[in-house]
Design a protein. Sequence first.
Length: 281
Amino acid sequence: MRIANCDGRLVLVDGNRLLDVQTAGGGRFGADPQSVYESWDDFRDWAAGRPAGEWMLLDPARLGPPAPRPRQVFAVALNYRDHAEEAGLEVPAHPSIFTKFPSCIAGPNDGIRLSTDRADWEVELVAVIGARAHRVAEGQAWEHIAGLTVGQDISERRVQFRPPNPQFSLGKSFPTFGPIGPVLVTPDELPDPDDLEIRCSVNGEEMQRSLTGNLIFPVPKLVAELSAILPLLPGDLIFTGTPSGVGSSRDPRVYLKPGDVIVSEIAGIGRMSNRCVADEA
């Protein structure tokens, strides 16, 4: 199953077609894309029955974030060995967790608002929680995942590494610094949800390419580690980390500027295209 947020309404997606969930379900489920995660099992069972309704042509430009208002957004630093190496840091023994504040979430076509000359790209696989998870064993973790989507952990490096103490959460939480989309894909739609090709290009030049199978701590491990400490709530996001190729590790360093176009792709899920714009606010 694939779902999306089209003009703020929850839709099922099949190829280049969409079905409005609230209309097709006769009001059984609301139109708000975020609310569906609270009744995910019921919704999944209903969608599996191939509901009848009027399928319409999908316009990718109308898509927003598939989980637009998560209560919690977790992110993982240094979760690919090659990224730790390019940063000159040791591979962590345990997941290194920070948060992206929910107000940074944006859609797959939204502009990235730059008020800085030190913004960097980080393509990431994002897991969306579909059932409350607290003290969940790694072997049961996928049962608590609604699906996967593409994300960008845009990072303001000056704030992120500002002395005397790093400010990861602040540096990664400027408005629009967390685009996700274009759709959410349930794990059963993917041949191997633990091993997907992930890529990022800027202005047509490939900057990052890897496999999510190279994650040091894969999705089930992250769910187990996080839920051992606090409950993960329906609709929460986990940005799972980025592979090597970020701008701040290049020689010379490269940062985003207005007019740049970031294309983020994960095989089997889809692609986002976000243009950087000057933040005039």
